[in-house]
Design a protein around this ligand. Structure first.
Ligand code: MLT
Length: 208
């Protein structure tokens, strides 16, 4: 998959890697400034979605807004999961210490990694995600910290998508913090700050 990799300032075996996943119509450059705000010492792996929808990059196909092509979602989730293993070998970072930071469609594929694979991610920051798939059994996510940033007036991800996602992840054992903004689908500075505070108060073990 096309991507950018930036080594952390002081790489050791325990250095976390922030996996950046852009929204629909974005690219691998979009979220680089978020990584800087969340953890300027971390490695950064920013991936470009492999699907094109009317010229807009995405991580998986959809049939309509908010209606996902489940077969493609499963296929693309595996593709990303496999890519993480390959990238960890190539760049020599700790595969067990990947923290996803996704926005919108990127948050949805990050949630899909959590829904389909037990040890895919050490933690996740999901900005405006939806429930990627319903009616499946989730793997054991005991102790996996997840930050969900949601907009109370988000027309693309209605509030119940955020609360349902939080409930499903919590039932699988994840430690979820659901943060609300009084806005729509946009990613605001205050939401980014809340995610950064969550990460930096030690919610994610061994990130310092
Ligand atoms: C999706 O398709 O993943 C969601 O509707 C969010 C988006 O518009 O990307």
């Amino acid at each position: 998959m096309r991507h950018i990799f930036q080594s952390g300032k002081e790489t050791s075996n325990s250095t976390p890697t922030l996996l950046l996943l852009h929204g629909t119509g974005g690219n691998e450059y979009d979220l680089l400034s978020l990584a800087e705000k969340i953890d300027p010492e971390a490695n950064v792996l920013s991936v470009r979605g492999n699907v094109l929808e009317n010229g807009m990059l995405r991580f998986f196909r959809r049939l309509a807004e908010g209606i996902f092509d489940e077969e493609d979602l499963v296929f693309r989730t595996k593709e990303l999961f496999d890519f993480l293993g390959e990238a960890a070998e190539k760049y020599q970072f700790d595969r067990e210490n990947i923290i996803a930071v996704g926005y919108s469609n990127g948050a949805n594929i990050a949630a899909s990694l959590l829904f389909h694979y037990k040890n895919a991610l050490k933690a996740a920051i999901l900005h405006h995600p939806m429930v990627p798939r319903r009616g499946i059994a989730l793997p054991d996510l005991s102790g996996v910290p997840v930050f969900i940033g949601a907009g109370a007036n988000d027309p693309i991800c209605p509030p119940e998508e955020s609360t349902d996602l939080a409930t499903l992840l919590e039932k699988a054992g994840a430690l979820v913090e659901l943060h609300w903004e009084n806005h729509g689908h946009q990613l605001t500075y205050s939401e980014i700050t809340a995610a950064s505070k969550w990460y930096n108060r030690g919610t994610v073990p061994n990130n310092s």
